[in-house]
Design a protein around this ligand. Sequence first.
Ligand SMILES: C=C(CC[C@@H](C)[C@H]1CC[C@H]2C3=CC[C@H]4[C@H](C)[C@@H](O)CC[C@]4(C)[C@H]3CC[C@]12C)C(C)C
Ligand SMILES: C[S@@+](CC[C@H](N)C(=O)[O-])C[C@H]1O[C@@H](n2cnc3c(N)ncnc32)[C@H](O)[C@@H]1O
Length: 368
Amino acid sequence: MEPTTMAWTAAVVGFGLVYWFVWVMGAAEVKGKRAVDLKMGSITRDKVQDKYTQYWSFFRRPKETATVAASAEKVPAFVDTFYNLVTDIYEWGWGQSFHFSPSLPGRSHRDATRIHEERVPDLLGAKPGHRLLDVGCGVGGPMRAIAAHSGSNVVGITINEYQVNRARAHNRKAGLDSRCEVVCGNFLSMPFPDASFDGAYSIEATCHAPKLQDVYGEVFRVLKPGGLYVSYEWVTTSLYRAEDPDHVECIHGIERGDALPGLRRQDEIASIAKEVGFEVVKEQDLALPPALPWWTRLKMGRIAYWRNSLVVRVLTLLRIAPKGVCEVHEMLYETAQHLTRGGETGIFTPMHMVLLRKPAAAAAEEAK
Ligand SMILES: C=C(CC[C@@H](C)[C@H]1CC[C@H]2C3=CC[C@H]4[C@H](C)[C@@H](O)CC[C@]4(C)[C@H]3CC[C@]12C)C(C)C
Ligand SMILES: C[S@@+](CC[C@H](N)C(=O)[O-])C[C@H]1O[C@@H](n2cnc3c(N)ncnc32)[C@H](O)[C@@H]1O
C-alpha cells in the first residue's frame, strides 16, 4: 500500500475508533453524561492536577495527632474538592444516583437503584404536600425518584456548588423543579429554621461527616417533633478486625478513594442517634442476605473500566478532557477494588439503614 494511502487509512480508522468510544459507547452505564463533556466541577482546567494533589495531601497527615480538630474543620472543603473532581465521572459511569443498592434478580441496575430509593419515602410515610430534607443530595437522582414516588416536596443540600447546578438542571428537565429545590450548604450547620421539615433522609452521605453527632444533631433540630429520619450509612461490620492488615488496608483504601475522614463501626450508629435525642425505630443492614450483593455492579463493570480508562486517556491526549482526569479515574478504579473486597469479605456495608424519630415530646422541651 502507498504510504499516503496507509496514513489516510490509519487516520480514518483512528478517528472511527475515537468516535465509537466517545460517542457511540457513551457512558458506561447510563446514556446521559458523555465522555466529551467531562469537566472537573467548578475547577478551572489548568488547576485540576493541583487540586488532585491537594486532595491527597489530606491523607498524608497522621490521623492520631493533636491536629484532629483542626483537620476536621477542613473536611467540608476537602469533600467539596473531591466532588469537583469526581461528579462528572460518576454521572458518566454510574448515573445520577451516587450510591449502591442490593442487586435484584432479573432487574436492571436502574430499577434496583430506584427501588432502594423508594424504600426511603415508604419508611418515612411521606405524603403529597410533606416537606422532606435530602441531606447530601448529590446531583439529585434520589430526590427526583422520592418526589415522584411519594408526591412530597424535597429540599436537598450539598456542599458542592457544581452539583447544585447539575441537580437544578436535572430537576428542570424532569419537570420536577416546582417540587425539588437544591441548596448549597454544609450539613454540619444547615441554613434552615428549627422544626421546618416533616421528614428527612440521607443516602450514603453522612459518612463524610467527621463527627456523626454534628450532622444528626442538625437533622434533629430542623425536623418537626414526631418527624422521621432515615439514613443509609457506610460502616465497618462486626467482621472487621483492626489487627488484620488486609482489613485495615481495605478500609483505608475505601476512605482514601471516597473522601472519608474515617469510617464508623456499625454498632456506633444507634448510640450516636440516641445521644442527640432520637428514638431508634428500626435498624437493619440492607446488604445482608437474602439481599443479593451490591458490589456485583462494580465487578461486572471491569471491562467497562478498561474501556473508560482508554476513553479518558484519548480525551486527555486530544486535550478535550483536562489534565488530571486520568489520575482521578485511576483513583476511582482502585477504590472500586477496595469496595468490592469490603463487600466480598463482609467487613464493610454501604447500606446500614437506621430509621429514627424525633420524639413528639421534644416540642415541649424546645418550648422551655
Ligand atoms: C457514596 C459514595 C459514592 C459511591 C459510588 C457511587 C461510587 C464509589 C466508587 C465509584 C466508581 C468507581 C469506579 C469508576 C470507574 C473506574 C469509571 O470508569 C466509571 C465510574 C466508576 C464506576 C465510579 C462510579 C461511582 C462509584 C461507584 C461515596 C463517595 C461516599
Ligand atoms: C456519595 S454522594 C451521595 C449523594 C446522594 N445522596 C445520592 O445518593 O445520589 C454524598 C453527598 O454528600 C454531600 N456532602 C458531603 N459532605 C457534606 C457537607 N458537609 N455538607 C453538605 N453536603 C455534603 C456531597 O456533596 C454529596 O452530594
